[in-house]
Write a new protein. Structure first.
Length: 256
């Protein structure tokens, strides 16, 4: 019995290791800075471990054309640790991705991230955050922001040009979530399965839970490699372990 017990225990441990190794998946990260881009417009950034790349473009509402989105990637600006959208005529703190569309501030802005492969976006890292009760950072301010993450779940390749934010939601885009009172640093999105090649990161369109103006400068994105054709469908662990384990258990019993 001791021999049998030892062999069955060994089988169980082996199966446990198989299950653990099958569940493990390497995390991916893309630093959005001047030392990691290809000097193109819009810029493309390398994955830290040498994996696939992501291209970041900048978009804003055209206040002279029904708030339809226009590409302003030529106004993206990179530094050693961040990417910002610096539109002509804007004053600080509007040198950021922001939802301040008052006066000459050019409309609510977004970063469009296009990955070379389907990606489960899990983390957004902000290098700078600001929320204010007044336009252009006036009034009461806090070192936080409210932001949203959207992903494309439609057919084919999306084209955001000439569409409004509301129109995107009718054209295959979905909201992953709105995240409130977020400071600088890594913020985990709690996303375990939604995947896409196209993602939008932007300050909250409606001002978030505080209905205030939000400004943010992006430093890094993090995620996992997706399955490529919609949400991943993993092999059910119990079925996998049963298929691998039954032959080993039979061998253990025969040696008793």
């Amino acid at each position: 019995m001791k021999t049998t017990h030892w062999k069955l225990t060994t089988v169980a441990l082996a199966l446990g290791l198989l299950g653990a190794s099958g569940a493990a998946q390497a995390s991916l990260s893309w630093a959005l800075n001047s030392g990691n881009d290809d000097n193109a417009t819009p810029p493309t950034f390398n994955e830290a471990g040498g994996g696939y790349k992501v291209t970041i473009s900048g978009w804003t509402e055209n206040e002279n054309d029904g708030d339809k989105l226009i590409d302003v990637s030529n106004r993206l600006s990179l530094s050693a640790d961040r990417i910002i959208l610096d539109q002509v005529g804007e004053d600080p703190p509007n040198h950021a991705f922001d939802n301040d569309a008052t006066g000459g501030n050019k409309g609510r802005e977004m970063a469009l991230a296009v990955f070379e492969q389907s990606t489960i976006l899990t983390m957004v890292d902000w290098a700078y955050t600001l929320e204010s009760t007044g336009s252009n950072g006036t009034g009461s301010t806090s070192n936080r922001l409210d932001f949203e993450v959207w992903y494309y779940d439609g057919a084919g390749t999306p084209d955001v040009a000439g569409k409004t934010y509301g129109g995107l939601l009718l054209d295959g885009w979905k909201i992953l979530g709105e995240y409130n009172d977020v400071g600088t640093g890594d913020y985990l999105l709690g996303n375990a399965e939604k995947e896409s090649t196209h993602w939008i990161v932007m300050t909250a369109l409606d001002g978030g839970n505080n209905k205030e103006f939000d400004y943010g400068k992006l430093r890094e994105l993090g995620g996992e490699k997706g399955g490529g054709g919609g949400p991943q469908v993993p092999v059910p662990a119990p079925l996998l372990l049963m298929g691998l384990g039954l032959p080993l258990i039979r061998l253990a019993r025969r040696s008793r």
